[in-house]
Structure formats: C-alpha cells, structure tokens
Design a protein around this ligand. Structure first.
Ligand code: ADP
Ligand code: MG
Length: 598
C-alpha cells in the first residue's frame, strides 16, 4: 500500500455506527496488542516493535514506521467511531484493511492512559497527545522519524473488576506474545519485534514465511515444513506451510488460519486443515499449520465478531475442501529445503540464548523408594502353574530363542522356563533407570575448574542436543512446566525459560538402547512434561519408556536378548511393565513336569 491510499480520519455517519457490530474490544493486554498491531499494519508499516512491561498491565508500546497520522487528525483518532478506513457501508464490501470500526483507540483510552506520537513523511517532528480517562491532558511535539508510537499505560487501573479477571503478568505476556506471533506469521514481510520486560522475546526478519517460521519456532520446525501449494480457488489463493506428520503439538494453538492478513478462528477451516493429516496424526496431537488465505473482500464479512476474531466466508465449504486437499497433497511431498539465509545455528535472531542463567540447583532427598515398592511391588505375573512368585528376585536368565519377534524364551539357573515380552521388558528397564535418576536427583552442577572460572554446567544424565531446540507451549502449559524444571533436569530433560511460553531445550533424557532417537520426540516430551496433574512425572517417564522401548516385531540378536534380560534382572519390579501389565510368564520345572505327566 502506498501513502496515497491513506484517507483522512472522519467520524462514521450514525447509520454506519449502528450497523457495525460493536462489542467490548479490550479484554486483556493481548487485545490491546492486537488492535495496535492491526493499526500499524493498516498504515503500511514494514517494521513494528511491541514492548510489554508487567504483562502489558504497566505498559504496552507499539511503534511502527507506517505513514503516520497528520497532526490535525491526531486527536480525532482517539474519538469513538472515527476512522480513515471506511466511509459508507458499501466500503465494507471492498475492505482491505484490518480495522474499520474506529473503536480501538477510544476503547483503549477508556481503560488506560494513552499516548500517541505520530509523524508523516516529510515532517521532522511528531505531534503528540496524551489522554487520561479518555480526555486530552497534554499536547506536544517530539522528534521522530515517520511512523506512529502508541503507548498504553496502566491498563485497567481504573477498572478493578476487569483487572481482577486477569491472570498473572507472565500469562498475560504469553497471550500477547502469541498474538504478535500470529500476526508475524500472517504478515511475513513485516519485521516484528516483541520485547517483554526488556528482553527481546521475538524478532522476525521481515522476509518470506519460511524464515519467519524459523525465527519463531526454530530451525527444526522450519526444516519439517511442507509448502501448501499456492493454488488459486475461484477468486481465492492459498499459501503457507504445514509441518510434517512427526511434528506435532498437544494443543491446536499452532493451527493458524489467516484470511486477508487477519488471523481468524474458523472451526471449519481449522478442522479441514487437520483433516488433511488424517489418519496419520495421533489422537490428541495437532500439527503446525500456517494457512494464508486471500479472498476477494466481497467474499468475506469481517463485521460479525466484536474482536474481529471470526469472519464469515461466502465459499467456506469450498475453501475447506481445497485446504484439506492441499494439506493432504503437501504431506505427500518432500520437505522444502530451507531457503538461503537461514542461519546454520538456530536462534541467531534471539538475544544471547547462551547467557541464560540456570536456576541454582537444589538437592533434595529422594523419597520415592517406598512409594514405588508399593505401586510396582515385585510380584511376578501369575505363572502357568498358578503359583505367584511374590517378592522373588529375578535371577540371570539365559536366552534361548525369540518367538514371534515379540517374546524372548529364556531359562533360569533353576531350570524354569520364562516367556518375556520384549517391549514391556524394555519399557520396565527404561522406566526404572529414569526412576533411579529421579531418586538420586542427579541435578547438574557446575564443575569447579582449576583456574576458578565458572565451567560450563555438566548436563547430568541428559543427552545434549547438538542444536538446542525451541519449544513453544500454551501459556497454561508454560506455567505448569516452569514449576517443574528442576525435577525435569534430574531425569536429563533440561528446559530453560526463554520468554513468554517458549522454552529452550538443551538436553533430553538419555535412554540407553532406545529404539527411537529421543530428539525426534523432544516436543512431545516437553508437552507431556507440561501436563497438569499430580502423576505427571510418572506419566512422563512411562510414556518416554513406552516410546523408546523396542517394539514387538523387531528381531533381536542373542546379544541383544541377553543384554535386555540382564537389565531386567536388575529392575526393581521385573514382572510388571510400568503400566502394570505382566511382562513375563514363568513355567516352573514342577509345572512342566505336571503338565506332561513326567
Ligand atoms: P480503525 O482502525 O478501526 O479505523 P482505530 O481506533 O484503531 O480505528 O484507529 C482510528 C484511526 O487512527 C485509524 O482509522 C487510522 O487512521 C488512525 N491510526 C491509528 N493507529 C495508526 C497508526 N499506527 N498509523 C497510522 N494511523 C493510525
Ligand atoms: Mg484499528
């Protein structure tokens, strides 16, 4: 858009005001961020910086390099129902802008102190205006290059009822950051930065979408992307990316549908995008989808939702079908190579990830042995002769053969016959080793160096990732995970807070003999670690064990069988898998003799 497209700000005629769906626009800091971002984008900005303090409750500042507001219109901008974007109802049919109601700035001014500073092209100075409780309290000029800065101070300070509904600043910041992220993806060409309490939490390069995804989700995610074919559908075009199947999240938060640059909640389209993955996506997992849809403005009604979060699409069903099909086709294609310019090492867009300090490790006494004994008490599965061998230690077993690529046949020193389920046995071995680490709490500690300088921390039992991985969670998950970082480190999962609901994963639990590389499951693992509930750590260890254990159907060499049986003999509860199912059956010599009437 060029400067010439900017029209003066005018009050909407009363009949327009009546027909525009109104609503309370400002619910929380994230709503302010969304409205200010939309204004900056509507003004043709190529670079936008969002700043938050205390979750946005103390300060939200959005600065852009758009075409600005002329000094004589600055005060008008913050009055109700004044806009430069529409004049008459028919304009809504041709709407190309994100805003159109002229309500955002006055709504914000009603619940916070507002400061505007804006300069147009050619002007050296920016006019400023400050409002308190919606009234102008100060006017001035400052030096500022072309563009607009809107600062919102002390949001809801005068509305305690609203403020009471808000969550902690960290969660509010996470919501706001999520908004910035979604607009950054919907507008890849715009450089967007978000600074949370002085720390750069997000910076996109203002390039193609692929690079923006790399900046937001990390290079791993960008590598797992498949392009959505830009196939025109009637008057619409579709572009974007979807993640390869293996790359999934526990929430739908990363399914982004943007229509004409506006991230929208549209169940039909979101379901269609996920439908394209079927049947491959596991239950409860959701993909990363960025579907950028462009339709004729006339085929779209944005005037149906107070926060403009939902839109009506005339060809919704047809678009959904196209989207489903496009996802399906994309998944069949090879991953796109990263475009040139993607940093070889990830996160160069982020500020100094290596300078994050680890919380000081605290040692805690392990208390879990008694508990574990009760839960997985060392009783054996019922053997074929009906005896329960409770509390009996499993001695060394001699492997004889593998049966059906699922069972190991083995003989004990006493001459009993054992059938051992290889998957469950391996699960038990892995689970126990994770449990042991928890009990010993091998929290990494910096090794003192001879020269007295701080050495790099040792990462305990974890397996260091070659490239640290950024994982992004929902605000709630992030809250949950933050309280558990120390316990996770004890099992080798080293996650560090990285601003908002983003975490930097540096190491993963080391699982000896794992069938699958833990790194490929890192995201799922972190999401599991953020599950609510008291038994989360057990659940996490169980699911890690289950995912890493050898499968049934896998041939095992005699050495592998022997190693597994040895490990099993050392396990605390060798007869049950971590889920409580039997993992071995024993036929005693006596039982065999009776069965065969020897
Ligand atoms: P709307 O966006 O629906 O028009 P707003 O209350 O958000 O209503 O903004 C009122 C007007 O102020 C806009 O129509 C626009 O002309 C002007 N404005 C607001 N923010 C900016 C900005 N960042 N850059 C340029 N103009 C802006
Ligand atoms: Mg607006």
């Amino acid at each position: 858009m060029g400067d010439e497209e900017r029209a003066p700000i005018r009050p909407l005629p009363p009949e327009m005001v009546e027909r525009i769906a109104a609503g309370e626009v400002i619910e929380r800091p994230a709503s302010v961020v969304r409205e200010l971002l939309e204004n900056a984008l509507d003004a043709g900005a190529t670079s936008i910086r969002v700043e938050l303090r205390e979750g946005g409750l103390r300060l939200i500042r959005v600065a852009d390099d758009g075409w600005g507001i002329p000094p004589d219109e600055l005060e008008l901008a913050s009055r109700p129902h004044t806009t430069s974007k529409v004049r008459a109802f028919g304009d809504l049919e041709r709407l190309r802008t994100l805003g159109f109601r002229g309500e955002a700035l006055p709504s914000i001014a009603g619940v916070a102190d507002l400061e505007l500073a804006s300069a147009c092209a050619g002007a050296d100075l920016a006019a400023t205006v400050a409002l308190h409780v919606g009234e102008v309290v100060e006017r001035g000029v400052v030096a500022r290059p072309r563009g607009t800065t809107v600062a919102v101070h002390d949001l809801f300070a005068g509305v305690p009822a609203r403020r009471a509904l808000l969550r902690r600043p960290r969660i509010e910041a996470a919501h706001a950051l999520q908004v910035v992220r979604r607009y950054a993806l919907a507008h890849p060409a715009v450089r967007l930065a978000c600074v949370v309490d002085g720390r750069l939490a997000l910076q996109t390069p203002g390039a193609d979408l692929h690079l923006v995804v790399a900046a937001i989700y990390g290079v791993d995610a960008a590598r797992a992307l498949l392009p959505l074919g830009a196939r025109p559908v009637d008057d619409a075009t579709l572009g974007g990316f979807v993640s390869a199947r293996a790359f999934s999240f526990p929430t739908r938060e990363h399914v982004l549908i943007a229509v004409n640059g506006r991230p929208v909640a549209n169940r039909v389209l979101a379901a269609a995008a996920e439908g394209g993955y079927r049947p491959a996506l596991r239950k409860g997992r959701h993909p990363l989808v960025i579907a950028l849809l462009d339709v004729e403005p006339g085929a779209l009604d944005s005037n149906v939702h107070p926060a403009k979060a939902e839109v009506l699409l005339r060809e919704e069903r047809a678009l959904a079908a196209v989207l489903r099909e496009a996802v399906h086709r994309a998944l069949g294609a090879a991953p796109t190579p990263l475009p040139r310019g993607v940093p070889a090492a990830p996160f160069t867009h982020f500020a100094r990830p290596l300078q994050l300090r680890l919380p000081a490790p605290r040692r805690r006494r392990g208390l879990r042995i008694a508990e574990r004994g009760a839960r997985y008490g060392g009783h054996y599965a019922e053997s074929a002769d009906g005896e329960m061998a409770t509390g009996e230690a499993l001695g060394a077993l001699e492997p004889l053969a593998q049966f059906g690529a699922a069972l190991i046949l083995a003989r004990s020193a006493e001459g009993h016959l054992y059938l051992v389920d290889q998957h469950r046995a391996h699960e038990r071995v892995i689970f126990d080793s994770l449990l042991m680490r928890r009990e010993r709490l091998e929290v990494p500690e910096a090794t003192p160096r001879a020269d007295g300088a701080d050495a790099a921390p040792a990462y305990g039992p974890g397996q260091l990732l070659l490239e640290p991985l950024l994982v992004e969670l929902s605000p709630l998950q992030a809250e949950t995970l933050t309280a558990r970082l120390e316990e996770l480190r004890a099992i080798g999962l080293d996650c560090q807070p990285f601003g908002g609901s983003v975490f930097l994963v540096r190491s993963l639990p080391h699982v000896p003999g794992a069938a699958q590389d833990a790194a490929s499951q890192a995201r799922e693992l972190v999401a599991d670690a953020a599950e609510e509930g008291d038994s989360w750590l057990d659940d996490l260890c169980r699911s890690l064990a289950c995912r890493s254990a050898v499968r049934r159907g896998q041939a095992l060499s005699p050495e592998e069988q022997r190693a597994l049986l040895l490990d099993l003999a050392a396990a605390a509860a060798p007869a049950l898998c971590p889920h409580g199912s039997p993992l071995l059956v024993r036929f005693s010599r006596g039982a065999l003799a009776r069965a065969f009437e020897w």
